[in-house]
Design a protein around this ligand. Structure first.
Ligand code: BV8
Length: 263
């Protein structure tokens, strides 16, 4: 092995021990996840090229109220395809590791809050309880006329755009670009960021706000900050510690070393 590679391996091992130590001693941990955490469950991240029919559109073009108003059939079809794909996927070891860390810390009287940008519901399916879905969920849709939400939906819909019992168009229960995050989610996130002493961002490219800015709010509260990701992001230099690798590998290792939990 080249000396440089040996050095990198030693640095990585030291960073892993440092983060495990922070997790073992923090009083209130906030973990914020992005699409990278679900990549190993087979859900393409936003940075992956969109496959097939969708390769001609970018999420920003389809994930907006204007796109839905302009072409509700196209947009509802895109979201229903993603909903059906997600229902076939399963949580991966990274999701389970976060759920085990939460239960181990709660049992020890310590706080653990999971903020997720993901709309796939995999954290809840893995057993996480204190989950704040910042950008909503693919599996709840709501009537554009009455605002009533629906969870028990045909799989897949039998018409696009789907229509609610009240006759209004059904839209996915996600936060589109240009829409405010749910007030309840923002309140919960703001409170957790104010109180936390450790903030860990996992599997996110740090480009979508206000979620991307949470690392700065946590740092202002005096929290230590950690970035766990495959690659550097525009926010890497704002984190105190960075770990590079797959969340499905690193999170179980951190759960084992910091809380003694094995998957
Ligand atoms: C709002 C749901 C205001 C829909 C999504 C400053 C402040 C506030 C707003 C803005 C601002 N600047 C710009 C804005 C506007 C905009 C924005 O941020 N635009 C960006 C493009 C610049 N923000 C908004 O519009 C937000 N709304 O601010 O409203 C307002 C206030 C009052 C009243 C009215 C309005 C709403 C943003 C939410 C948009 N909805 N999702 C859907 O899913 O279709 S965003 C969506 O994209 C995701 O939820 C996520 O947030 C984002 C994708 O990012 P990531 O999750 O990070 O995924 P990505 O693929 O980019 O990266 C994955 C990473 O994982 C990579 O780094 C990769 O290396 C890594 N990785 C891959 N595999 C692995 C891995 N890591 C570890 N292990 C692996 N195996």
């Amino acid at each position: 092995m080249q000396p440089l590679l040996i050095h990198a391996g030693v640095a990585m091992a030291a960073a892993m021990h440092e983060v495990a130590d922070l997790l073992a001693n923090a009083k209130h941990v906030v973990v914020m996840t992005g699409a990278g955490v679900s990549a190993e469950s087979g859900i393409p991240t936003f940075r992956d090229a969109l496959e097939g029919l969708w390769s001609t559109y970018s999420p920003q073009q389809l994930a907006t109220p204007e796109a839905f108003a302009r072409d509700p059939e196209l947009v509802s079809r895109w979201y229903d395809e993603r909903r059906m794909a997600v229902l076939k996927c399963k949580p991966n070891p990274g999701h389970y590791a976060l759920a085990k860390m939460e239960s181990s810390m709660s049992a020890a009287g310590r706080e653990f809050t999971l903020l997720t940008q993901n709309v796939d519901g995999l954290h809840v399916r893995a057993g996480s309880e204190r989950v704040v879905e910042l950008h909503g969920s693919l599996t709840t849709w709501r009537c554009t006329e009455t605002g009533r939400t629906y969870r028990d939906l045909p799989e897949p819909f039998d018409e696009y755009p789907p229509v609610s019992e009240d006759g209004g168009l059904l839209r996915p229960g996600v936060v589109w670009f240009g829409e405010a995050l749910p007030a309840t989610a923002m309140r919960a996130a703001t409170m957790a960021l104010r109180e936390c002493d450790l903030y860990v961002a996992v599997g996110t490219s740090g480009v979508v706000y206000p979620a991307a800015g949470f690392v700065h709010e946590a740092a202002r509260s005096g929290a230590k900050t950690v970035e766990v990701n495959l690659e550097d992001t525009p926010l890497t230099q704002d984190f105190g510690v960075t770990l590079r690798g797959k969340s499905g590998d690193l999170l179980p290792e951190l759960a084992q070393e910091s809380c003694g939990v094995s998957l």
